[in-house]
Design a protein around this ligand. Sequence first.
Ligand code: NAG
Ligand code: NAG
Ligand code: NAG
Ligand code: NAG
Ligand code: NAG
Ligand code: NAG
Ligand code: NAG
Ligand code: NAG
Ligand code: NAG
Length: 732
Amino acid sequence: MQLSPVLYAGVLVLTIVIASPITYDQVRGVPYSVSYDHRAVTINGNRTLLIAGAIHYPRSTPGMWPYIMSMAKQNGLNTVQTYVFWNIHEQQRGTYDFSGRANLSGFLQEAASAGLFVNLRIGPYVCAEWDYGALPAWLNNIPNIKFRSNNEPWKNEMKRFVSDIISYVEPFLAKNGGPIILAQIENEYNGDDMAYVDWCGSLVSNDFASTQIPWIMCNGHSANSTIETCNGCDCFDGNWMDEHRQKYPSQPLMFTEDWGWFQPWGEALGVRKTEDLAYTVAGWFAAGGAYHAHYMWHGGNHYGRTGGSGLTTSYSDDVVLRADGTPNEPKYTHIGRLQNLLADRAEAILSQDSTRSPLPYWNGEKWTVGTQQFSYSYASSIHFVVNQARIQLFVLFNNQNISMPAQSIQIYDHSQTLLWNSANVSDINTNNTVLVPIVRSPLDWQFYSEPSVSDLPVITASKPLEQLNLTNDETIYLWYRCNVSLVQPSAHTVVKVQTRKANSLLFFFGGQFLGIFNNDEHAQGTITASVTLDLSQFRPNQQYLFEILSVSLGIDNFNIGPDSFEYKGIVGDVSLDGQSLIGKVWEHQKGLFGEARQIYTEQGSKSVEWNPKWTTAINKSITWFQTHFDLDHLARADLNANPVLLDALGLNRGHAFINGNDLGLYWLIQGSCSNVPCCCLQAQIHCWEPSQRYYHIPSDWLMRKNNLLTVFDDIGAPSPGFVGLVQRIVVT
Ligand SMILES: *[C@@H]1O[C@H](CO)[C@@H](O)[C@H](O)[C@H]1NC(C)=O
Ligand SMILES: *[C@@H]1O[C@H](CO)[C@@H](O)[C@H](O)[C@H]1NC(C)=O
Ligand SMILES: *[C@@H]1O[C@H](CO)[C@@H](O)[C@H](O)[C@H]1NC(C)=O
Ligand SMILES: *[C@@H]1O[C@H](CO)[C@@H](O)[C@H](O)[C@H]1NC(C)=O
Ligand SMILES: *[C@@H]1O[C@H](CO)[C@@H](O)[C@H](O)[C@H]1NC(C)=O
Ligand SMILES: *[C@@H]1O[C@H](CO)[C@@H](O)[C@H](O)[C@H]1NC(C)=O
Ligand SMILES: *[C@@H]1O[C@H](CO)[C@@H](O)[C@H](O)[C@H]1NC(C)=O
Ligand SMILES: *[C@@H]1O[C@H](CO)[C@@H](O)[C@H](O)[C@H]1NC(C)=O
Ligand SMILES: *[C@@H]1O[C@H](CO)[C@@H](O)[C@H](O)[C@H]1NC(C)=O
C-alpha cells in the first residue's frame, strides 16, 4: 500500500522540523539568526513563509512610508523588498545622500515599526526601469571601466558602494535585531563572465559574510554561496521549480519578482488580470515555494528625473497598490485574502515538502487522469486544487465534482470548505475610487520665458560634446549653441543630428523655436535625428545663432553590460543643409536658467520677472508657468489614503514642481494600444488617451495654504487654463 501524501507528510512533521509562522514582531530588537533549508528561509531555526512585496523607497516619500507599510501589513505581507538605488545616494562620487526619499534607514525603520522583514536588494546594478539601472552617470568617466564584469575599476566601485551600504544598514541586520533578513548581490546577470559571477560569490562568502544573512542572485547566473531565485510572470507553470530542485537541492524556492510590468510613454496602460496574478501566487506556494514577491506591490512614481528610458512617471499602476497608493481592486482584496490565508496556514504549509497528487478530470464520458489537474495537500489542513489547463473543466477531488475555470486554483480546508478561488473575484467592488476636483481651473497663472542666452557659465568646444559627461545627469537639459550662416536658407532646410534613443531635441534658429525631434523608446542606441526646418524667413550668408536644447528622456536601464555605456544628447555629427557643423565653436549650457535660479521655489521665484498675461504664452516653447493654490476644498483629510493628483491635461511636456519638489516628467503624449500587449499583460485600457494624465503629489509636499505650483513646458502648453488638482477618494 502506498502512503497518501498527507500521511507521509504527517510523518515528516513529527520527525523533521517544527515550523512556526513568524513575523518581525516576534523577533524585533533582539539578535536572531537567519538561514535556510531546502524548504524555506529559517528564522531562529524555524521555517518562515515569506510573503513579500516590492516597495521602492525613492518611488514614494517618507510621509507616505508609514501608510504604505500599514497597507502592506493589512494585505498579508510579512516582508518588504526593495532595491538600493546607487545613483540617488552617490550622485557625486564619494558624497553620500541619505535624506528625503533617499533616507533608506528611515524606510527600514518604518518597515520594522510595521512588523515587516526586509529583503535588501543592493545590486548595485538594479535594472528596475530606473535611470541607468541606478548606476551613477559618473561611472562613464572611470578610465577603462567595464560595467558588470571581471574588471578591476568596476569591481572597485561596486565593492566600495556595497560595503558602504552594508555599514550603513548594519543596525538593521537580523544579527542586531533589525528587519533585514536577506540581501541580494547583482541583478538578473545573464552575461557570460563567470569569473565575475565567482567574484560576486566571493564577496558574499568572504567580504560580506559578517552580515550573517543569506544572499540571493536572481533570474540569471547565481554564484556559489548565493540562492538562485526566479523572476517572471509565472514561475509556477513551466520547469523552473523542478529544475531548481535538481540543480540546488539544498535551496528553498524563491520567486523574487512576480511582474506587474511598466508603462512606456506613447503606450496606453497595460493591465494584468487579477485571476492570472492570483493563480501564479497560489500555484507558487502550493508547489513548495517559500518566498513570493509582487514586483511591484506598490507601483510608485518617478519623481524628479529617476525613470529609465522612455518610461512614464507613474511606474507600475496596475499592481496591488496603485502608483498613487490607492488599493487597486479587485487585486488588493483578492490577493490580500490569499496572503492572509497563507500566513494563517504557514505552519502547516512549511511542515512538509510539497507533493503533487494527480486528480481526474471529466472528459465528457469518464473521469480521466491527465497531467494538468492535481492537488497539493499540507498537514491535512490546507489543500490546493489546481487546473493548469487553459480550458474550464470538472475535476474529482475527495469524491467531489468541482468546476475548475481555466488556469485556476481553489483552496480547501480539511472539511472540504472552499476558502479561496483564484478565478472568482465577483464579490469585490472594483469601482472603489472617485476623482474629485479640489482646485479648479483656470488657475491664476503667470509665466516666464526661459532665456536662450543668459549669464550662466558655458563650456566651449570645437564640436558638440556628449550630454552626461557635462551634466552628470544632474539635469535632463543641455543647451548646444553655435553660430551659423547659410548660403540658401529655405523652407526645407534639413538638420541631421546623431543622438541617442529616449532623447528629444528642440531646434531654435535666430531665437525662434522651429522644430523638434522626439524618440521615446524604452531602449538604448544611437540614432540619427532628421528634421526639416522652415528657414525661409532668414537671410542668406548672415550669421544666426543655431541652438539645440537636448532633453534626456531617461537613461536606459536594461542590458547594461561591459560594452553598453549609455549616452545622451549629441554623440556624433550635426549637419544643417548638408553642411557639417563639426569644427565650429560650440557652447554648452548645463541645464536651464530657471533651474539654476530654482525659480520653482518661493525664494528663487523672486529672481525673475513673471508676466501675468499667461494666455499670451499659450503654445510657446520653453515656458515656465507659476501659480499658488490653497487646499480649502479637500474631500478627505488623509492625503496618503486619498491622494492629490495634478491633472496635467492642457500641458504638453515638461516638469511640474510643488513647493520646490519635482513631481517628475509629465507628457500628454497619446497612448496607443498595440494589438498584443506585452509580457505579463492581458489588455490595455484608456486607449488613445494621454499615456499619463494625472501626476501624484506626495502628501508631505503639500500645505493647506499657499502651495507653489510651477511648470516648465519645453514644447509649449496648448491650454494651461485646463490644469487643476483632483483628489482620488477611496470609497468603500
Ligand atoms: C522557533 O521554534 C522553537 C521550537 O518550536 C520555539 O521554541 C521558538 O520560540 C521559535 N522561535 C520563534 C522566534 O518563534
Ligand atoms: C532619516 O530618517 C530618520 C527617521 O525619521 C531621521 O531620524 C534621520 O534624521 C533621517 N536622515 C536624514 C539624513 O535625513
Ligand atoms: C562552485 O561550486 C562548484 C560545485 O561545487 C565547484 O565546482 C566550483 O569550483 C565552485 N566555484 C567557486 C568559485 O567556488
Ligand atoms: C460534474 O458536474 C457537472 C456540472 O454539474 C456535470 O455536467 C458533470 O456531468 C458532472 N460530472 C460527473 C461525473 O458527475
Ligand atoms: C464567486 O464567489 C461568490 C461570493 O463568494 C459566490 O456567490 C459565487 O457563487 C462564486 N462564483 C463562482 C462561479 O464560483
Ligand atoms: C462608481 O461609483 C461612483 C460613486 O461611488 C458612482 O457615481 C458611479 O456611477 C459608479 N460607476 C460604476 C460604473 O458603477
Ligand atoms: C568626458 O569628458 C572628459 C573631459 O573632456 C574626457 O576626457 C572624457 O573622455 C569624456 N568621457 C566620455 C565618456 O566621453
Ligand atoms: C555667436 O556670435 C555672437 C556675436 O558675434 C557672439 O557674441 C556669441 O558668443 C557667438 N555664440 C557662439 C555660440 O559662438
Ligand atoms: C495651440 O496649439 C494647438 C495644437 O497645435 C492648436 O490646436 C491650438 O489652436 C493652439 N492654440 C493657440 C491659442 O494658438
